[in-house]
Design a protein around this ligand. Structure first.
Ligand SMILES: NC(=O)c1ccc[n+]([C@@H]2O[C@H](COP(=O)([O-])OP(=O)(O)OC[C@H]3O[C@@H](n4cnc5c(N)ncnc54)[C@H](O)[C@@H]3O)[C@@H](O)[C@H]2O)c1
Length: 133
């Protein structure tokens, strides 16, 4: 199994990287906006540095991937007030790029379903305090 974790160098994302240690091949896509290299130093993963707004990079990161965990975001409420456009761009356009690129070309619906299911599970698990996977 191969998984992609966007925002994998961040707080939540790095716990997902840790969870999949020895369970899956892990690719992390992160631009270090608020994440840290040291969050990943104990784990084996393929790292791609860059933004989810870079469609070509996201497309490359998606190659051969079975599941996507999308954690790349601008999360600070205070910062979102100071930089509303950057926040909207990252959190909405960036999510759309990940969403669009997560579907197999020949079957957009399957990819969309897979992405939404995991987004939903992630949210439920975060709320109930369970393990992310
Ligand atoms: N921290 C919590 O308690 C919590 C709880 C529930 C949900 N969430 C959600 O989980 C997600 C991640 O939150 P977090 O606390 O780990 O935040 P975080 O800031 O630690 O992680 C976000 C990661 O996304 C990366 N990033 C930001 N913009 C990017 C871009 N354009 N391209 C690629 N990478 C980019 C950052 O560098 C960082 O590593 C958010 O959607 C947040 O709302 C967090």
């Amino acid at each position: 199994m191969k998984i992609l974790i966007t925002g994998g160098a961040g707080f939540i994302g790095s716990y997902i990287v840790e969870y999949f240690k020895d369970k899956a091949a892990v690719i992390v896509l992160d631009n270090f906006r608020s994440g840290f290299k040291h969050n990943l130093e104990d784990f084996r993963c393929e790292f791609m540095q860059g933004s989810i707004l870079d469609r070509e990079l996201v497309r490359r990161a998606m190659r051969g991937v079975d599941y996507v965990f999308h954690l790349a975001a601008l999360v600070s409420v205070a910062e979102s007030m100071q930089k509303p456009f950057e926040c909207a761009e990252t959190n909405t356009i960036g999510t759309l790029v990940v969403l669009e690129e997560s579907g197999p070309r020949e079957s957009e619906e399957a990819g969309l379903e897979q992405f939404c299911r995991h987004l939903w599970l992630q949210r439920c698990n975060a709320q109930s305090g369970n393990d992310a996977a």
